[in-house]
Design a protein around this ligand. Sequence first.
Ligand code: NA7
Length: 540
Amino acid sequence: MTAQTAQTAQRVDVLIVGGGFGGMYATYKFREMGLRIQSFEAGGGLGGVWYWNRYPGARVDLPSIDYSFSFSPEIEQEWTWSEQFAAQPELLRYINFVSERLSLDKHYQFNTRIERAEWDEARELWVLRTSQGQVWEAPFCIMATGPLSVPKDPEIPGLSRFKGVMHRAARWPHQEVRFEGLRVGVIGTGSTGIQIVQEVGKTAGELFVFQRTPSFTMPMRNVKLEPAYVAEVKRHYAGIREAARNSAVGGTRPQSTRGFFTCTPAQRRTLLEDAWKNGGLAMLGTFSDLLVNEEANEEVAEFVRSKIDEVVQDPVTADKLKPRGYPIFARRPCLDTSYYETFNQPNVHLVDLYEQPIVEITEKGVRTEKGEVELDMLILATGYDGLTGALTAFDVVGRGGRTVNQKWQNGAYSYLGLMMEGFPNLFMTTGPTGPAALANIVRISENDVDWIAALMVHMQHNGQATAEVMPEAEQAWMAHVGSLAKRSLLLKAKTWYLGANVKDKPLGLTLFTGGFLRYREHCAAATQDGYRKALSFTPA
Ligand code: NA7
């Protein structure tokens, strides 16, 4: 401890980093437990991903009913969703409604990044330094920093040379952006790029879609929620939440137990057609084995490719839009509203980057191997340094001066995605090696915060100052995560799930692929066992 730290440090019980769903719930939960808290958020308001991603067409790809907090029955009754899949402005309104209702934002310091977090071993405190030069200390620190909070620019030379307007999807301006009469380029065709293309294509003078890997996308079939439906949901929220908690995906989407090849070809076709008509992620839940049975997966992939042929009029464009070479659902499945139809418009042009890779960004636009595409506006929808990016972007220093960067030099390593050996009293919500990205992030956040809260109560009752995961428990969890991952087709696509989209990042599937319910069971088992097999404690 330096003399300066001693003079200026402010002290609370829990420090919370992040203002997305995890941070908001942690702020509420620990305050209700009577703890003194201080929360930080780099953005100017709450919402995390939904604060930053204001691009046109931004929309959640899980039903709004599921993608909302369950901890307050009052808020469930007071808030009414207008659409099955809410758009970003409505999501942000919901987030701010929750914040106002529970007076959460007064606990936050906004526009504040944590630049360093260090465990002071002698005093058993986490010491956080902010971008505003303050020092905060607390025995507990919650990193609710989210799996998708560090956007990634593409590694294309000349990005800063472009003289037109450049927008990043994940740092979208707060003012309205118009596209009428403009030549707009979009790089990236993941969930974000697809949402942007189908929206911007409506008004842009010309739209150039720079596609490297095509994604599989299925119809969202979004609908307005009728008052009678909403009333029914509100009557049954308790049961809906229970079903979500006990499901593999943390939502109410049906998940069949039938294997693909237990059905006849005709039955399979009917089921796939039904799923296509129902929209959303229905198709993934129609059979139980699409993420482990390669042959079944390929049949479903071929079904979706055939749908592209049905919609896209130009056969060459249709062919280029067809994803090949990786299993369907191994990249995040996208949900769209007339994405493929957009390519039938005369103002929309697909630029296939397999055929003509981008060479550089110029002052005027994008130069591919076949020539220069002049643009007035360039939009980057090029993804994130997912899962680990937030905690490796600054120094998080644990016992013995070891940083998270050092601990994760060969890939993310943690216990339940919640704790790390060498980092006592430091907790993550939706952290890597948990089910983040594969299940409803709101349900995972609530599970994680509740788990941490139960541990804190246990420590208080037992007069314990610090908790740390034991190396054997962490190793055992990693071995379990690894053995499940080996069976998964997720390994067969180059995605942010695996860290494949970030240069020099260690490759590996450090996500729990056993489903949300199993994950919860692992969490609950640790709690019920009094943490005996997993954690070591020091006395207060
Ligand atoms: P994704 O899914 O990581 O998509 C990023 C896209 O950007 C993807 O199509 C990439 O192609 C493309 N990309 C990245 N770098 C380049 C370069 N250098 N040149 C051309 N194209 C590039 O991010 P999203 O934001 O769309 O979605 C993230 C999550 O948000 C999603 O999984 C949902 O959970 C919601 P590539 O695949 O690398 O060939």
